[in-house]
Write a protein that binds this ligand. Sequence first.
Ligand code: TXE
Length: 480
Amino acid sequence: MQKILNYINGNLIEPHKGEFMDNINPATGKVYSFCPDSTSEDVELAIQAAKAAFPSWSAKSANDRSEILLRLANLIEKNNDKLAEAESIDQGKPFWLAQKGEIPRAKANIHFFATAIEHFASEAHPMGDHAINYTLKTPLGVVSCISPWNLPLYLFTWKIAPALAAGNCVVAKPSEITPMTAFLFSELCIEAGLPAGVLNIVHGLGPKVGPTMTTHPDIKAVSFTGGTKTGAEIARNAAPLFKKLSLELGGKNPNIIFADCDFKKAVAESVRSSFTNQGEICLCGSRIFIERGIYETFKTEFINQTKLLKVGNPLAPDTKVGAIASKVHFEKVLSYIDLAKEEGGTILSGGNSVNVGGEFSEGYFIEPTVIEGLSFDCRTNQEEIFGPVVTLTPFDSEEEVLMMANSTEYGLAATIWTENLTKAHRVSAQIKSGIVWINCWLLRDLRTPFGGVKQSGVGREGGWEALRFFTEQKNVCIKL
Ligand code: TXE
């Protein structure tokens, strides 16, 4: 069975203690490879390799770094289908989704920052004719990037690309639930000629290797995407050490449907924003608020379209909903469906685990689930479920829907459906979230700031924001 290896100082190596964990295919529930169960010794080795590589990597011109990263981007493109298949097997998502969406996006992440760095200029502030300031943006040194299991290679590259482009050396950790594509990526780094130690990938359990990655004196910044609880723990440990922190955490996103929306588009996109990637995207709209006048018609059409979504083998081309990423998460999602019933919700569609049969009979499949009849402030409507589960709630006024939409501790993204431009602007101004989509969902321009408010995180990724995060600014003032 395949053994995943750590990537440290340019080499693919076993963890220091030689221990491995089972890596499970969530569609079969069976072990299909082994993932290093690394310890702080492995992180230490990675940090030392990164530290040693930093002087020469940071001294390279932006153009030299860009060329190496572009080679890496091209290699991702060349290996698109292989990476997509690996992602689908490791994570449970439909192959076509990884093939057409996520792996191309991983390539785009690297390409985007490889080219952006060549335009990342210093500012100058002349003070009349007697002085001039210029602001240098220098890399931080060694930084940590920790990513989750829902969009594995996509989110992994989203962090390491700006870090590397800006001249930092990186110690990165993919989720232990989905380590495979980061491992395949490390092979591509070697093929692309990325100098040894510039990027180091340590596989292992978050609580075991995470603390060294986030508190080590040589780590200057931590970029993390994952659960809010883990983010809070990282902040608790790293903030007193004055490390720069970027935290992309959970969401409980409202999807607001006004009666004057383009009905067909609103229903189709709402089905997509509810169940894409089994609902395991922090941007999925999990609370759908519908203006009362169209509530019944929207509900009927939404359920009709939901029932058409085929749940099954992630590698089959007609599968729309694959397997839930892990057994623990599968049980968590099912427990929320039970909670919804206890809280008085009515299951309109789905609500159960699915036995897909054959080699998938032990897989972690859940029907796309639609629930109504819950109060906006019950736990089902307040806590992040992060699965194929949505609630429908009617509303009567803008004021009411804004109150309900803004009622959670999260504030990542929101979607608004209306053909009334003035209303769209008015409502989006009052939504408490970092991202608002009007008449669309998940339409992303990599230049735009990405991140949340409240417990959805701190800081912004994307565009110049990411390059600013991974650099320190130094102002130099010269008296003329
Ligand atoms: O994520 P964790 P979990 C949400 C979702 C899910 C919940 C918990 O609701 O049910 O979070 O998921 C690493 N120091 N999201 O527990 O643990 C871990 O190894 C440093 C939303 O699986 O936050 C992995 O690499 N690192 C989300 C990464 O953190 C630590 C995506 C994320 O795992 C660590 C995933 C520690 N002490 C879950 N403990 C989103 N916003 O997209 C763990 N890790």
